[in-house]
Design a binder for this molecule. Structure first.
Ligand code: C5P
Length: 438
């Protein structure tokens, strides 16, 4: 609401959801947080190969974004890459030694070119220069990174980054086609402003997009072909032309679940309230404002869904008759707004004759497990994901418990990307078990 023209209103309902700001949990440092969840989840290891292009500066950010996904990053840099960004930076961010040289004495048998990829799920080259792509196509092995790629027994993902003329050159285009024929996954490039001042194709994907694509590539395909309908973000219930009632929800958890489900092979339809989160690549997204609009979109898609996940913080009440024009300030000390209840979207989905496997969320500020289990039984949903409102809303980390017919499972605090993958894994297990019983 507009502060200068703030409204005093009396709420004529017996129940209204209040959010109060409780003391934030002690924020963990990036490093201790990383170590903590690394110890608790089975993380995947990748080699991040950095070659000598100006986009190498984005590789530092990429290390962080990969780590958000629970990926353990081991950096290998070409000599040219070291002219753009230092190994010390990459070592500090990844928490692992950085290798630049074939003859690095830290590898006992002097076989760095073989050893470094052996326990890795993939090698990711970002940025990949035109020259490095050409080397890959021709099987050159004249430095540590190119030799590592040739001697690998894991997947290779390549994020090209170069001037638009270099990318458009027939030689580079031929190389891109050949790499794909050789089973290499190309990530980008995209069109946009380039460091050289020109605009066109050849710009490296943003670090977040590369990290999401790598995580999706590595994820087990536990929901292959399964249709997932989900809601995320807050709703916005208008009061008048400029004001409204909303919930404090960033959409981070819901969008992370959408990405994790896509990574697991699901076909995701996301109905989202207002959120500044980037749209998950591969999702079909419908943007809505109010609970009524969200309900309409869910009703339109519910029949085609195998799984429904209601993550959205839906407003329990809306203003009965929102004013078309801005309510003017008067000298009266009170303004009364009549609120009426919104449809329970999750409850409606679960009550269908043949409902999809239905998952709800519960954000509580106290008695978490008791309230969440009561909600699970009342709404007749298969699984409830419960979190404390004060430690979940807006944060990058979350700590949740999962409640289903078999009991309560607690997950450790971790970045929302990691929590999302664990939630999706649990949903996939329960969904498949339910299908077998049917
Ligand atoms: O009862 P409560 O609002 O706390 O329930 C939370 C769960 O129900 C969440 O999964 C939320 O997305 C869903 N919900 C809904 N429609 C509403 C209210 C909540 O789908 N009107």
């Amino acid at each position: 609401m507009n502060g200068a023209a703030s409204l005093w209103f009396t709420v004529h309902v017996s129940h209204f959801t209040l959010f109060y700001v409780l003391p934030q949990y002690v924020t963990l440092t990036a490093d201790s947080r990383r170590k903590r969840y690394m110890a608790d989840i089975s993380s995947k290891k990748v080699v991040l190969g950095v070659t000598g292009g100006v986009a190498a500066y984005k590789a530092a950010e990429l290390v962080r974004r990969l780590a958000d996904h629970g990926i353990d990053v081991h950096v290998v840099m070409t000599q040219a890459a070291c002219s753009f960004i230092t190994p010390a930076t990459m070592q500090a961010l990844s928490g692992n030694p950085v290798y630049t040289d074939m003859w690095d004495a830290r590898i006992n048998n002097s076989m760095a070119h073989i050893e470094l990829s052996r326990d890795k799920a993939a090698i990711v080259i970002a940025p990949a220069t035109a020259d490095f792509m050409a080397k890959l196509v021709h099987g050159h092995a004249d430095d540590l990174l190119s030799t590592l790629c040739l001697a690998r027994d894991c997947a290779l993902l390549v994020a090209p980054a170069m001037n638009r003329q270099m990318w458009d050159h027939p030689a580079t285009q031929r190389n891109a086609v050949q790499l794909e024929k050789d089973g290499v996954t190309l990530l980008g490039p995209v069109s946009g402003d380039q460091a050289c001042g020109e605009t066109g194709a050849g710009r490296m994907l943003e670090a977040q997009d590369i990290a999401d694509a790598v995580a999706a590539f590595l994820a087990p395909k536990t929901l292959a072909g399964v249709r997932v309908l989900m809601t995320a973000g807050p709703t916005f219930e208008p009061i008048d032309a400029v004001r409204g009632i909303t919930n404090r929800s960033s959409g981070k958890m819901g969008y992370a679940i959408a990405r994790a489900a896509i990574g697991a092979g699901a076909k995701v339809t996301l109905v989202s309230g207002p959120s500044s989160q980037p749209v998950p690549a591969g999702a079909s997204v419908t943007h809505v404002q109010s609970a009524a609009e969200m309900f309409d979109a869910v009703k339109r898609n519910a029949k085609q869904a195998d799984i429904f996940i209601g993550v959205a913080a839906v407003a329990d009440y809306r203003v009965d008759k929102p004013r078309e024009h801005k309510i003017k300030k008067t000298d009266k000390s009170q303004l009364t707004l009549k609120l009426v209840s919104n449809p329970d979207i999750l409850g409606w989905v679960a009550a269908q004759a043949t409902p999809p496997f239905t998952v709800g969320f519960a954000a509580e500020s106290q008695n978490l497990e008791t309230y969440a289990d009561e909600k699970r039984r009342r709404k007749k949903v298969n699984l409830i994901v419960a979190n404390l409102a004060q430690s979940a809303i807006g944060a990058d980390d979350n700590e949740v418990m999962l409640l289903d017919d078999t009991g309560t499972h607690k997950l450790v605090r971790a970045p929302k990307e990691v929590v999302a993958k664990d939630i999706v894994a649990r949903i996939a297990t329960l969904y498949k078990a339910g299908k077998k019983r049917r």
